[in-house]
Design a protein around this ligand. Structure first.
Ligand SMILES: [Zn+2]
Length: 259
């Protein structure tokens, strides 16, 4: 990623300095200082979250892999989409390990992590994809949408079949292997009795994260992946019943519109 810095960040505010030298009698010339405002905004978001006593791990903190291909760039975000990592994830596992698992899956599919931020069950926020890069979390509609994923399983049994894309639809779009995988996933989901319920720390973390993002971007909409999929003529079970409830509550808290 040529435009993204993986330099770690300090916990406190950052300083930037410009020096102007002028003789007392001479006129002061205008000095142009180039500031990478996108890099500064990325850093300011992180500082704002840490100020609220929420643990924030940058990509270098959790040792994210450098993608083989540079993700596209994006900015001027207007919307936020909430996801859950899904049935094969659990709050009982280590957050960073869960994110590395999601990273491996996403690198296979998209070449890089698909979401911008991840939240584990202890309430730690991870920088999944640099905010200057375009996400890959909503089929056909990633421009201007920040992706947040809960590293947990927030759906209840049977939701994949009820709301998912359907095995045949997946086969039509992406071939037999993808279709069969979808079918297997649905059947596993029907028998899936274990899921996570959102933790208080997780809810606090998502509230702080959304508040910070709203401060730096003109966010107007927030919703679950399921709602975004509908607007693009597809269907998804993500982010599960509990994830949808989180989206509804956050929307109310910050007076945002649905997708
Ligand atoms: Zn999703």
């Amino acid at each position: 990623m040529s435009q993204t810095s993986t330099t770690d960040l300090k916990a406190g505010p950052f300083e930037t300095q410009a020096t102007v030298d002028a003789k007392r009698t001479a006129a002061i010339k205008t000095v142009q200082v180039a500031v990478d405002h996108k890099a500064a905004t990325r850093q300011a978001i992180i500082v704002a979250i840490r100020r609220e006593n929420v643990v924030f791990k940058t990509r270098s903190d959790w040792k994210a892999k450098t993608p083989a291909t540079s993700p596209d760039t994006d900015w001027d975000y207007k919307a936020i989409a909430i996801h859950h990592a899904g049935n094969s994830y659990s709050c009982s596992a280590d957050g960073a390990a869960q994110l590395r698992k999601a990273e491996a899956t996403d690198i296979d599919s998209f070449g890089h992590l698909s979401y911008h931020y991840a939240i584990d069950c202890s309430g730690a926020v991870y920088e999944a994809l640099d905010i200057r890069c375009k996400g890959a979390h909503i089929e056909g509609g990633n421009t201007g949408v920040i992706g947040i994923v809960f590293l947990a399983d927030l759906s209840v049994a049977g939701e994949a079949e009820k709301y998912g894309p359907g095995a045949w639809n997946v086969t039509k779009k992406r071939g037999v292997i993808a279709g069969v995988k979808e079918w297997i996933g649905q059947n596993k989901d029907n028998e899936d009795v274990e899921h996570d319920t959102p933790t208080e720390k997780q809810l606090h973390a998502v509230s702080v994260l959304v508040k910070s993002l709203k401060h730096f971007f003109e966010i107007k909409k927030l919703g679950g992946h399921r709602e975004y999929a509908k607007t693009h003529g597809t269907s998804r079970a993500c982010p599960g019943t509990y994830g949808m409830e989180i989206a509804a509550q956050i929307r109310k808290e910050y007076q945002l519109s649905p997708p």
